[in-house]
Design a protein around this ligand. Structure first.
Ligand code: G3P
Length: 217
């Protein structure tokens, strides 16, 4: 399973990238706002840092304007993935821009039928939002499973990019049901390394080591 980082914060991306944990990056208008950066500049910086796909989202709502914005974003670097919303206009833009050879991430997916349409329109990635479904008392993971089944039934190559990941449990469940990619905030990815028994064991080892009076170097 590939790990994308869901942020536009360069330092956080760089830290995880140095560890080989970053297969790609996703951004959206809210994350650009949070970063305080210019979208074109920060996307270029991320693309220079990371080898994998870097999603940059259009903000137009009508397909011709989405296509124009998408073409501009795609010129930033070869690894830009144009992010389009899952609307009828977004699907039209997906068809055109994927036909021109661009990677496309269709975002704000909340149903299996929407995911089916995105695959048929040539999306490289579909982004179902798990956390936001959980927020309204639905089960986001059911959606990931349904899309997995449908894509496998028909051999669609669109990758399932599980988004709106809020917890380490989401990551594990996505891996178990066969999501191709997860995109998660840096804090969630770092939290995957922690376990209270690891910490307790380490504390005990350190106490006992101190009693030996030895040093290794
Ligand atoms: O990748 C989409 C993600 O940023 C949305 O996450 O937590 O705002 O639902 P969240």
């Amino acid at each position: 399973m590939k790990f994308f980082v869901d942020t536009a914060e360069i330092d956080a991306i760089a830290e995880l990238n140095d560890l080989g944990m970053v297969d790609g990056v996703t951004t959206n208008p809210s994350l650009i706002l949070k970063s305080g950066r210019d979208i074109l500049e920060v996307t270029k910086e991320i693309c220079d840092l990371v080898d994998g796909p870097v999603s940059a989202e259009v903000v137009a709502l009508e397909s011709d304007a989405m296509i124009e914005e998408g073409r501009k974003l795609a010129k930033i670097a070869d690894n830009v993935t144009i992010k389009l919303p899952l609307t009828w206009d977004g699907l039209k833009a997906c068809k055109v821009l994927s036909g021109e050879g661009n990677m496309i991430n269709v975002t704000l997916c909340f149903s299996a039928n929407q995911a089916l349409l995105a695959a048929k329109a040539g999306a490289t990635f579909i982004s179902p939002f798990i956390g936001r479904l959980d927020d309204i008392n639905l089960d986001g993971m059911d959606l990931i499973e349904d899309i997995r089944t449908i894509y496998d039934n028909y051999g669609f190559e669109t990758e399932i990019l599980a988004a709106s990941i809020r917890s380490v449990n989401h990551v594990q469940q996505c891996a178990l049901v066969g999501a191709d990619v997860i995109t998660a905030p840096p804090e969630v990815i770092k939290k995957l390394a922690t376990h209270p028994l690891t910490q307790a064991g380490l504390d005990q080892f350190m106490k006992d080591w101190a009693k030996t009076g030895q040093s290794i170097v």
